[in-house]
Design a protein around this ligand. Structure first.
Ligand SMILES: Cc1ncc(COP(=O)(O)O)c(C=O)c1O
Length: 424
């Protein structure tokens, strides 16, 4: 298959010019990129490896684990989850002491949703929408069942957040509203303040999953009055496969909420080894057990890249790239049966662009196996292109669209009609 660079096809010159003018172009060199031909547009599932992360892993394994052994707990490991939380705070629009890195996003969601239900006794409703990530819905559903509450899943049109439906569903029986900030399939992005205000007007708490927005969509928790939030670090923060997640609790709520996993890292005096649980004050009470230091430490590299680039610049490039991609999709892919499955309004979009096609699954396989393009597939008919402004280029976007066009025109995807894969 012809892998390009397709310099004669419409849009190439524009992409090349945008790359020349790109204020963040230098950041690509901070990442380990071994295959120049590969167009990696899956940073919304697993971000690329920051070079600095490899140095951190060497330091943590060879020097800290290898030489300093258990002494390393007192030489930085014990407080690392707090330090990286504080490093992340400006990206969340949070204050120091309002975020920590701890457990997975699913576990953090469970902890904070449970804590919220405990803080609204007597209220019997949790509200979410059908755009939310399935793990969130499973966790909320399980919690509703164990609390004798109802989970209301507000229906959407599959792309756009159902604001009116949420407004009708949220009432004075609602304990918690929990949604994804940027939704995983269409990329629709809620206005945090609007929904938070609807929830607060009804006396409910609000818990946001910012896995698909953190590091790529500006967030300002404190000014939007957010109560609670969670998010992955392995997507646009480039923390590495399975890197632990962050959680945020507004400072004046922290001591009013209870972590349902009453474990020793959330204890006021863990090394007294007393048998009665006494929660520590502040954000540390939402932590549970021993941190996976080898997965935690490298997160600092990706977070620092975001801080160095600045959220305004990252968002500006992300918007320009997704707008460019949608123009290219309209020109080259629409005639081949593709439809845009993300909001057209850039103000409602995160940093991924989804397109739908009845053959989306075999086309995705052909892109990965034959065309050196890695997007991802979301059932039943979505191909998601994750745009990571720190390392993706406009010419990569151009190339991805052209290779997709050639896959379909050549029928290369028809070989993959029965393709199987576990991770899609
Ligand atoms: C929006 C969202 N929430 C939660 C998760 C699950 O995170 P974890 O498996 O780390 O618990 C994901 C995973 O991709 C996600 O996209």
């Amino acid at each position: 298959m012809d892998l390009g660079p397709f310099t004669d096809s419409p849009g190439f010159d524009e992409a090349a010019q945008l790359d020349t003018d790109d204020a963040l172009a230098g950041f690509r060199d901070r990442y380990v990129i071994t295959d120049a031909d590969l167009v990696y547009l899956d940073g919304n599932s697993l971000g690329r490896l920051p070079s600095r992360a490899t140095q951190i892993v060497d330091e943590v394994t060879i020097n800290q684990w290898g030489e300093r052994l258990i002494r390393s707990w007192n030489e930085g490991w014990w407080t690392l989850h707090l330090e990286i939380g504080d490093q992340l705070a400006p990206i969340l629009g949070a204050l120091p002491g309002e975020a920590i890195v701890s457990d997975s996003t699913s576990v953090n969601l469970y902890k904070l949703a449970n804590a919220a239900l405990g803080a609204r006794p007597g209220r019997k409703k949790i509200v979410t929408d059908d755009l939310n990530f399935p793990t969130d819905v499973y966790v909320l559903d399980g919690l509703a069942e164990s609390h004798g509450a109802d989970l209301v899943v507000v229906e959407s049109d599959g792309v756009t957040g159902p604001i009116d439906g949420l407004r009708s569903a949220i009432d004075d029986d609602t304990a918690l509203v929990s949604l994804s900030h940027t939704v995983f399939k269409s990329g629709y992005t809620y206005d945090l303040a609007t929904v938070t205000e609807i929830a607060h007007d009804a006396g409910a708490l609000v818990l946001w999953d910012c896995s698909h927005s953190v590091g790529v969509v500006p967030i300002d928790f404190d000014s939007a009055g957010i109560d609670l939030a969670v998010g992955c670090t392995y997507k646009y923060l480039n923390g590495g496969p399975g890197s632990p997640a962050w959680l945020y609790v507004r400072s004046n709520l922290q001591d009013k909420l209870t972590n349902p996993i009453t474990a020793w890292w959330g204890h006021a005096e863990p090394f007294e080894f007393g048998l009665d649980y006494e929660p520590v004050g502040g954000i540390r009470r939402f932590h549970t057990g021993t941190m996976p230091i080898l997965s935690l430490a490298p997160i600092a590299a990706g977070v620092q890249d975001v801080l160095d680039a600045g959220m305004d610049q990252i968002r500006a490039k992300s918007e320009a790239m997704s707008e460019y991609m949608i123009r290219q999709v309209d020109t080259h892919l629409k005639p081949l049966g593709f439809e845009l499955a993300s909001p057209r309004d850039v103000g409602q979009r995160g940093s991924h662009v989804s397109i739908s096609h009845e053959m989306a699954w075999p086309i995705t396989r052909a892109l990965v196996e034959r065309a050196q393009v890695i997007p991802d597939f979301r059932t039943p008919d979505n191909i998601r292109f994750g745009i990571a402004p720190l390392y993706n280029t406009f010419t990569e976007v151009h190339t991805a669209v052209q290779r997709t066009k050639r896959v379909v025109e050549s029928g290369a995807h028809t070989r993959y009609l029965d393709a199987e894969a576990t991770v899609t």
